[in-house]
Design a protein around this ligand. Structure first.
Ligand code: KDG
Ligand code: MG
Length: 408
């Protein structure tokens, strides 16, 4: 069975998505997610100009060989654009193979290791009353683990805080804005470090000790600041503290680790197992945050999880709404199969997004359950998609209060 055709589909049902559709000589269709928020067209071009032409006539079953051909064969390795493109090809080929076998994809990854994948949602608010409403809204929706992000007094726009709709707090916070150039946000780490522990104290007092709580520092701290934050949050028993430092300097986590027992999660901007080499070998983290979409697909991410499993490090697959339902479905198939599953991020896509992508996974009792359809279990509706063409959108740029560019 040969790969006969490849189409790169770019659409924007509320936000931008890049999807690869591969079609085989037997007419079997596979989908893969290649969305890179704010840099979508670079991956679309990489796929259309440099990858799809090389796939035509290749054996659709040769997933590992195709992965290595695209990874090693390009000579220029790694990086988000290359690895998102490889991820889309890899996921589409797994989708095809599972459809040919007549099995849901997780069966090819070893079968079920659990009934469902526990997820966490994103609660947020500019202040405590808004945050509490958002937490209650998530509990009513059935979430059993919740990420907490809040405004900081004196700052207008803070990472992770959703706008509030008339109908109540939103759950699908989208930081990328449809502007010709990125909007700029303002940041003060000392104000953040002073404020956050009081928020977690209030949340624990209101919602009790048992609810798993998570928090994302979004790459903004130095190692010593990160150590201080981890230590100050210890009384509130976080499930994890995410992206405390810009972790391309993996060794920086040694210092953080020496000072705090708060579990650490890192890796949504990483692309390969090499980005985790020190973090995993020295047990500097507790959860791997990479997405199927940005890590070379199921093949690339599974490699990282297998390495992590030898050190009791678990999965925490990245799943905000800029991972399409195709990428999320792949995450759920992988998460249900691996032994070292930790938790899955699930913000919920908008109704419009789910009109284009028809996901077969279901949210049951705070967990995601994969579709039992052969393959990934996601369909793509071209007719709906064509009414929602790409629109340029950028993630914000962050500046300190004196104007210095800072990590966003
Ligand atoms: O596109 C950027 C988002 O994927 C990122 O800001 C989301 O940090 C994020 C998370 O943990 O979901
Ligand atoms: Mg994050």
């Amino acid at each position: 069975m040969l790969i006969e055709r490849g189409e790169v589909l770019v659409c924007s049902p509320g936000r931008n998505f890049v999807t690869l559709r591969l079609v085989t000589s037997d007419g079997v269709v596979g989908l893969g997610d290649a969305t890179l928020n704010g840099r979508e067209l670079s991956v679309a071009s990489y796929l259309a100009d440099h990858v799809v032409p090389l796939l035509i006539g290749r054996d659709a079953h040769a997933i590992e060989d195709t992965w290595q051909y695209l990874y090693r064969g390009a000579y220029w390795r790694r990086g988000p654009v290359t690895m998102a493109a490889i991820a889309a090809v890899d996921t589409a080929l797994w989708d095809i193979k599972a459809k040919v076998c007549g099995l849901p994809l997780y069966q090819l990854l070893g079968g079920r290791s659990r009934r469902s994948c526990l997820v966490y949602g994103h609660a947020s608010g500019r202040d405590l009353p808004e945050l509490f409403d958002s937490v209650r809204g998530h509990l009513e929706l059935g979430y059993r683990a919740i990420r907490i992000q809040t405004g900081i007094p004196g700052f207008e726009s803070v990472y992770g805080v959703a706008s509030v709709a008339k109908s109540g707090p939103r759950y699908d916070y989208e930081p990328a804005r449809r502007t010709a150039v990125p909007v700029e946000e303002s940041w003060d780490t000392r104000a953040y470090l002073r404020h956050v522990p009081s928020v977690f104290e209030a949340v624990r007092n209101e919602f009790g000790p048992a609810l798993p709580l998570l928090h994302d520092a979004h790459h903004r701290l130095t190692p010593i600041q990160a150590a201080r934050l981890g230590k100050s949050l210890e009384p509130y028993d976080l499930f994890w503290l995410e992206d405390v430092t810009p972790a391309e300097n993996q060794e920086a986590l040694r210092l953080v680790r020496q000072h705090t027992t708060t579990p650490l999660a890192i890796g949504e901007v990483f692309n390969t197992v090499w980005d985790y080499q020190t973090l995993i070998r020295e047990q500097l983290i507790d959860y791997v945050r990479s997405a199927v979409t940005h890590t070379g697909g199921i093949t690339g991410l599974r490699r990282i999880f297998d390495f992590a499993s030898t050190y009791q490090i678990k999965s925490g697959i990245h799943g905000p709404t800029d991972i399409s339902p195709v990428g999320l479905a792949a995450a759920v198939h992988l998460g249900i199969a691996i032994h070292n599953f930790g938790i899955q991020e699930y913000m919920r896509h908008s109704a419009l997004t789910e009109e284009v992508f028809r996901p077969g996974y279901s949210f049951v009792d705070g967990g995601l359950v994969p579709s039992e359809e052969p393959g990934l279990g996601v369909d793509y509706d071209d007719d709906v998609a064509k009414n929602h063409p790409y629109e340029a959108a950028y993630l914000p740029v962050n500046r300190l209060t004196d104007g210095t560019v800072h990590d966003w």
